[in-house]
Design a protein around this ligand. Sequence first.
Ligand code: NAI
Length: 269
Amino acid sequence: MYNLLKGKRGIIFGALDENSIAWKTAERVHEEGGVFVLTNAPVAMRMGTIDQLAEKTGSVVIPADATNVEDLEKLVLQAMDILGGKIDFVLHSIGMSVNVRKGNHYTDMNYDFTTKGWDVSALSFHKVLQVLYKKDAMNEWGSIVALTYMAAQRVFPNYNDMADNKAYLESIARSFGYFFGKEKKVRVNTISQSPTPTTAGQGVKGFDGFIAFSDKMSPLGNATALECADYTVAMFSDLTRKVTLQNLYNDGGFSNTGVSQEVVDAFEK
Ligand code: NAI
């Protein structure tokens, strides 16, 4: 370990269980010397095992629904209080589509579900950023990361309305990142991660085929949750101070590969 985050304070959203990308990130940040508050939706506290992670990393858990601005305001103020100063890093690792959960096809959406999923998966990022901005809660040269998927750029039929939510999320990172950079010297980026076997990931229909295909298409193979955590640590560290407004692929090369030999071979008679 390199002590890359020594003396840095943060907030980590979205650790549900040990498969969660946010869980692995919290463990890696802890190893690199960062301190943080963990947060998740109140309902997820009952379903998941976040308390074990808190114990392991010496962190406090503060429940907050990321769609609720009041919850976010309380979270940010409490986090600064507990951690003893302004925030250096934030991970937004939140996603949920009600249409996916209910099995509604993209061509047969329930728009109340669409709106709810958009609020949780995309607009919540704006809400997090706006609360941090208005409360002047970020230290200069701080770093904010949200997680996304390449369905924002290309068609993956089973990704459903999460594709649209991710496109919106990535746009927020650029638009808000401009103001955060100008006014507060804070960087805002999204990391576009390979398919990963987590609760949210496995909600995608046909996930097993999807993740295997992606692995065969990627020259380096799929990036794991731990590898995503490593990349996020790098983005939180002082080694990436001028990287901002970017959508950063952590996908083993998938996004720039037209076809791989393994995939061609699978179609040869
Ligand atoms: P996960 O299911 O472990 O994490 C999703 C989290 O969102 C959960 O902790 C859940 O409680 C939280 N959440 C849902 N509604 C919330 C709300 N109202 N307020 C606060 N938190 C809420 O799954 P995973 O895969 O770790 O997901 C993390 C992020 O990574 C998501 O943005 C996901 O879209 C993204 N991602 C996942 C990929 C995958 O294949 N698993 C690939 C690329 C991106």
